[in-house]
Design a protein around this ligand. Structure first.
Ligand code: NDP
Length: 466
C-alpha cells in the first residue's frame, strides 16, 4: 500500500477547482462557514496565545496564583502603571541563547524523525482516497532523547538537568516564533506547493483557514509528515522532558523531589509512552486522520501542548506538595483506571478495524454496522462501526478514560489553586467539542449508516447522562 493517486497528486481535480462544488458538510471541514464561527476562530487565535502568556506570568512571578495579579489590579485600580508592573515588566524575554537551544532541539528531533529506523504505518483513507504511509519511529526517538538529555546533564555535564525550567521564558519566545512561522508557512504552502491538492479544504475565510488549516497532510517528500512530526516530537517527546527538568528544578530548590512531582511524572510518562508504543494506532485517530494542519495544530503542538499540558509541573515547582500515602494511592488508582479504559477502548476499535470485524469482543463475535462511503474521486468504499464492547456503551467511551487520567494529573497538585485544574477543564471542553465535530463529520461521511449506528449506540459519552 502506498499513497493512492500519488501520480495525480499535483493536479487539482476539476470538481475541486470550483470549490463551490464542496457543498455543505464534508469530511471534517465545512465550506461557507457561519460568521459566528469566523468570529470564534478569531477569538481563539487571539486568546489562546494570551492565555499561555498569562499562565507563564502567573507561574513565573506569582507562584502560579491567578488571584494574586488580579488582586494587585483590584487594589491599585486598572491603570497604565499597574499594567506595566504586573504584565509588561514580567514578560518573558527573547534571547539568542533561547533561540539557539530551541533550534538545536527542533533540528535534532527532525533528524531523528528522518534517519531513525522506522516501521511504515498507514493512515486512514482520506476524503480524496489516499492511504498515506508514515514513518513510525517515535518510541526510539523518545528513548534516545531522554537518555541523551540525562547523559548530557550528569555524565558530560554539558547542561544542568533543570535547563528547560531555567530557560522557560526564552524557550517560550523561541517556540512562539517557530509556532507562528509554521502556521503561516503551512497556510502559504497549501496554496503554492500542496502535498495532496485534492485533500485541501478552503472555507472561504482567511481566519478560519489559518486556524483550522487547508492542507490535510502537508509533507516534505514522501514521508516527512508535518502533523505526525509536530504532534509527536516538539509536542509529546517534550512533554516528559519538561516534567523531568522541572522535577530536577524542584530538587535544586528544596533538596528533594516531592511524591506529588514523582506521581505526576509517572502519570504523564505512562500516557506519553503509550502514545509512542501505539504510534501506529495514532495514525487512525482524528488528529491525524481528519484534522487539517493550521494554527490549531502548528502552534498548538509547538506552544500550547508543551506549555499547557505540563502546567502541573510548573505549579509543583513553585508549590511543592507532599501527598499522604492514601491520597497518593487514590490518585494513582484514578490515573491507572483511566489509562486502562483509554487503552482498552481504543484497542477494541483498532482490532476490529484491522480484522474487519472478524474478532471477538468480550468473548463474543463483534457486532457492527457495515457502512459504505464515497471518496471525492467517486470511488465507493466500505468500513465498519463497532456497536459492541465498549463501543456499545457510548460513542466515545475512550474519552472517559482520558478525562480520568487528566483528573488524576490535576489532583497531584492538591486543592490549593485553580491553575493546575485548567488541564481537566480544557480536556473536557476539547473532547466535548470533538464529539460534536466528529458527529458532523461522520454523518457527512456515512450518511444513513451513521444514523443507524447512532440508533443502536444512543449515548455520546456517559450512558443515561449524555
Ligand atoms: P477516536 O479514536 O474515537 O476516533 C473517532 C473516529 O473513529 C471517528 O471519526 C470514526 O472515524 C471512527 N469511529 C467512530 N465510531 C466508531 C465505531 N463505533 N467503530 C469504529 N470506528 C469508529 O477519537 P479521537 O481521535 O478523538 O481520540 C483518540 C484517543 O485520543 C482518545 O482516547 C482520546 O481521548 C485521545 N485524545 C487525547 C487528546 C489529548 O490532548 N490528550 C486529544 C484528543 C484525543 P472513521 O470511521 O472515519 O475512521
Amino acid at each position: 500500500m502506498t499513497s493512492r493517486n500519488s501520480k495525480n497528486s499535483k493536479k487539482i481535480p476539476k470538481n475541486l477547482k470550483d470549490d463551490s462544488k464542496q457543498m455543505g458538510k464534508t469530511w471534517g471541514r465545512d465550506k461557507d462557514i457561519h460568521p459566528v464561527t469566523v468570529l470564534l476562530s478569531l477569538l481563539i487565535l487571539l486568546c489562546c496565545p494570551l492565555l499561555v502568556l498569562a499562565f507563564w506570568i502567573s507561574c513565573t512571578h506569582y507562584s502560579c496564583s491567578l488571584y494574586e495579579p488580579l488582586h494587585i489590579f483590584q487594589i491599585n485600580g486598572i491603570s497604565k502603571e499597574t499594567f506595566n508592573s504586573v504584565v509588561i515588566k514580567n514578560l518573558p524575554q527573547f534571547t539568542w541563547e533561547g533561540l539557539k537551544i530551541y533550534g538545536i532541539w527542533l533540528s535534532f528531533q527532525a533528524v531523528l524523525y528522518a534517519i531513525l529506523p522506522a516501521k511504515i504505518g498507514y493512515g486512514q483513507r482520506t476524503p480524496a482516497g489516499h492511504i498515506l504511509p508514515y514513518k513510525v519511529n517515535g518510541l526510539l526517538a523518545w528513548f534516545i532523547t531522554h537518555v541523551l538529555f540525562l547523559t548530557g546533564a550528569f555524565y558530560f555535564k554539558w547542561w544542568n538537568a533543570s535547563i528547560i525550567h531555567d530557560q522557560w521564558g526564552t524557550l517560550f519566545i523561541a517556540a512562539n516564533i517557530y509556532g507562528y512561522f509554521l502556521s503561516f508557512f503551512s497556510y502559504i504552502k497549501a496554496y503554492v506547493m500542496p502535498s495532496h491538492p485534492e485533500d485541501r479544504k478552503f472555507s472561504g475565510s482567511f481566519i478560519y483557514d489559518l486556524l483550522m488549516g487547508i492542507e490535510m497532510n502537508p509533507r516534505f517528500g514522501k514521508y516527512w509528515d508535518f502533523k505526525l512530526f509536530h504532534n509527536g516530537r516538539p509536542g509529546i517527546v517534550a512533554w516528559t522532558l519538561i516534567d523531568l527538568s522541572f522535577a530536577f528544578a524542584q530538587y535544586n530548590q528544596i533538596g528533594y523531589v516531592t511524591n506529588s512531582m514523582v506521581l505526576l511524572n509517572i502519570l504523564h510518562a505512562i500516557y506519553v509512552l503509550d502514545f509512542f508504543y501505539f504510534e501506529d494506532w495514532y495514525l487512525r485517530t482524528i488528529d491525524i486522520a481528519h484534522d487539517h494542519f493550521g494554527f490549531y495544530l502548528a502552534w498548538g503542538d509547538t506552544v500550547w501542548l508543551p506549555w499547557m499540558y505540563t502546567v502541573q509541573s510548573h505549579y509543583l515547582v513553585r508549590n511543592p506538595i507532599d501527598l499522604s500515602t492514601n491520597y497518593f494511592l487514590a490518585v494513582l488508582t484514578i490515573g491507572l483506571s483511566g489509562y486502562y479504559i483509554f487503552r482498552a477502548v481504543n484497542n477494541q476499535k483498532d482490532l476490529m478495524r484491522r480484522t474487519d470485524g472478524k474478532s471477538k469482543i468480550w468473548g463474543k463475535p463483534a457486532q457492527f454496522v457495515r457502512t459504505r462511503f464515497t471518496t471525492s474521486d467517486g470511488k465507493e468504499h466500505s468500513s465498519i462501526l463497532l456497536t459492541s464492547g465498549y463501543w456499545g456503551i457510548s460513542r466515545h467511551f475512550n474519552y472517559v478514560g482520558d478525562l480520568l487520567i487528566s483528573l488524576a494529573e490535576c489532583l497531584t497538585c492538591g486543592f490549593g489553586h485553580l491553575l493546575p485544574y485548567f488541564y481537566i477543564i480544557y480536556m473536557f471542553i476539547l473532547l466535548l467539542h470533538r464529539i460534536y465535530r466528529d458527529d458532523a463529520r461522520c454523518r457527512g461521511k456515512y450518511g444513513k449508516y451513521w444514523d443507524e449506528y447512532c440508533n443502536i449506540v444512543k449515548w455520546k459519552l456517559i450512558p443515561y447522562v449524555f
